[in-house]
Design a protein around this ligand. Structure first.
Ligand code: ADP
Ligand code: MG
Length: 582
């Protein structure tokens, strides 16, 4: 116990006091917290200082959503809750979108926010930054708690950690009023209130009958398929996953953040034959992947209407959310996959050769089309030849953490850039959210040491672009590549009605590289694939902050990328709505 003490002359002889700040920092340290991502201000500035003095690394951001995104990515990468620190009301609210996204993505994080005086807030007396933050956070978090007394700090931290990482991970909100941070407490009493959470995410082993039921279905399959999701990547059970996939020979399909769990060039990967694999599979094993919109809710026409689903997930309430789950495997991915391997009888499960040949033929066909696409060399550059240049560099650097957001920038990068190593791809995730880029990049650099390459649409970059300063301030090994087509989706939109730019248009002549130059990083402005390859190679090798503005044809890009079908369609020729008669 290392609670820092303050001698107070007025106090009884022998009584040594500390305060809520120090108790909170000690509670975090005791539970292995090494890094806090945040933005300081009233009432948490000293909390960051005291944390830093204690040996915790404090990474200060320019806006709370990026700090929260960094904490969420840290949670995904480490399996321990990432910590985000925010001030009261507005700062708290800025952090909330990242807390919500972490919860949706099943990433463990804790947003700790300072808050204003409860007696004034609760009577709505017009307190400084008055907001009932606990109530506001609750709908967006897996759990939300407030610490009302210094003696409860240890309990609050333990509870937040347990809630964030046990079962399905998610975002936890922890409210700490300024008064509690400033509250004094006897160090001996404080010491007794702290504890280290034992086994925060206990192993969850599936029942043998459940495992045998799943194996029975797989044994009878003609066209089995394994879908690997980011829950499988998160579980850090790479060997158990690989062992079952390879022992059975069943084709697998990685969801975007599960790319690299098994290498993308693995012979069993069906990624390049995705639509065929989904539409033809008869028995599907979902491994840490939800049957949500990203998998067409498991419905026809994307899937065969007669497909049978087996689902491995830590959260039993996920099962049957979209389709009947014929064989539930409730447990952690490591335990489930190990049990499947252990209980399979020799030769019980195989992938029929005809099915693998069918997928391989489609893969070859699609790969040839992709090669042809990548070989084209339009000038100005478009997405494919720009990403070919990126791919050529990253092929030799499997250690690079790839952060990726945008619309076309996301879709096409996912298809063009293969991943070889687990948990090295961080992207827009379940919500398809824009603005995660710089926060995720900073977390990958801080938690794993990098190197990081963030491939960003110019529009997506704008949501967290100011964090370029954070990247430079901490001298992080991050290279940002902006696929700059001058717009949301594309930059050639036309407004026929006025001189204002069309809604999708940004500045097609922007020089984003000048942003990083303002903060001491290295900027590049490239217009050809050759220049891009060279700039990226140099930037990654330097290990220093860099930004490459990559000029694309403003006409490159599809509206909403691959999901344009989600846009409601206006009528081509709507009748004018008559003026109201009254
Ligand atoms: P993707 O978007 O890659 O398809 P999802 O985020 O939809 O992945 O699904 C992840 C699933 O993984 C969630 O349903 C979550 O409950 C589950 N999950 C998270 N961690 C674990 C774990 N350690 N073991 C088993 N399942 C997990
Ligand atoms: Mg764009």
């Amino acid at each position: 116990m290392s609670t820092t003490t303050t001698e107070t002359p007025a106090a009884d002889a022998g009584v040594q006091l500390t305060d809520g700040f120090h108790v909170l920092v000690d509670a975090l340290r005791l539970n292995g917290v090494q890094t806090i991502y945040g933005v300081v201000g009233i009432p948490v500035t000293d909390l960051a200082r005291i944390a830093q003095a204690s040996g915790i690394r404090y990474i200060g951001f320019r806006r709370e959503d990026s700090a929260g995104n960094a904490a969420a990515a840290a949670g995904f990468l480490t399996k321990r809750p990432g910590i985000c620190l925010t001030v009261s009301a507005p700062g708290f609210l800025n952090g909330l979108p990242s807390l919500a996204a972490a919860t949706v993505n099943c990433f463990p994080m804790i947003q700790i926010a300072g808050s204003s005086q409860r007696p004034l807030v609760d009577l709505q007396r017009g307190e400084y930054e008055e907001l009932d933050q606990l109530a506001a956070a609750r709908p967006f978090a897996k759990a939300a708690y407030r610490i009302d007394r210094a003696e409860d700090i240890g309990r609050g931290v333990a509870r937040a950690i347990r809630a964030a990482v046990s079962g399905r991970p998610g975002g936890v909100y922890l409210d700490i009023p300024g008064q509690v941070l400033g509250e004094t407490i006897d160090v001996a009493a404080a010491a007794k209130t702290l504890w280290r959470v034992t086994d925060p995410a206990p192993q969850q082993v599936p029942a043998p009958e459940a495992v045998d039921r799943a194996l029975g279905l797989l044994a009878g399959a003609e066209r089995p398929l394994i879908v690997l999701g980011k829950g499988a990547a998160y579980a850090q059970s790479d060997e158990q996953v690989r062992a079952f996939v390879e022992a059975t020979g069943i084709p697998f399909l990685p969801m975007s953040m599960a790319k690299g769990l098994l290498p993308d060039d693995h012979p069993q990967s069906a990624a390049a034959a995705r639509s065929l694999a989904l539409s033809r599979a008869d028995v599907v094993l979902l491994v840490g992947a939800r049957l949500n919109w990203l998998l067409g809710q498991g419905e026809a026409p994307e899937w065969s209407p007669s497909a049978t689903f087996i689902q491995a997930d830590i959260d039993a309430t996920e099962l049957d959310s979209n389709q009947p789950i014929a064989a539930p495997l409730v447990g952690d991915i490591g335990s489930v996959m190990a049990a499947l391997t252990d209980r399979a009888k020799p030769g019980q499960i195989t992938a029929p050769a005809g099915w693998r040949a069918e997928l391989d033929a489609r893969k070859d066909h699609n790969a040839a089309a992709m090669r042809a696409r990548l070989a084209e060399d339009p000038s100005p550059m478009r997405f494919f030849n720009a990403l070919r240049a990126v791919r050529d560099v990253l092929a030799g650097r499997p250690d690079v953490y790839l952060v990726n957001e945008g619309a076309n920038s996301l879709d096409i990068t996912r298809d063009v850039i293969g991943m070889q190593v687990p948990r090295h791809r961080l992207d827009s995730g379940t919500w398809g959210v824009m603005g995660i880029g710089m926060g995720y990049a900073i977390a990958a650099a801080v938690e794993a040491g990098g190197p990081v390459v963030a491939i960003e649409g110019d529009s997506a970059f704008g949501f967290s672009g100011m964090e370029i300063e954070t990247i430079c301030r901490y001298k992080l090994p991050v290279t940002v590549v902006i696929l700059n087509n001058g717009g949301i989706y594309r930059g050639d939109g036309v407004n026929a009605a006025s001189a204002d730019p069309a809604p999708t248009v940004l500045d097609p002549s922007a020089h984003h590289e000048r942003l990083i130059e303002a903060f001491g990083g290295t900027g590049y402005h490239v217009t050809t694939p050759g220049q891009l390859t060279q700039a990226l190679g140099t930037a990654v090798a330097s290990g220093q902050p860099a930004l490459i503005d990559c000029v694309l044809d403003p006409s490159a890009g599809a509206e909403s990328g691959h999901i344009g079908n989600l846009n409601p369609q206006p009528l081509a020729n709507p009748a004018p709505i008559p003026a109201p008669s009254r």
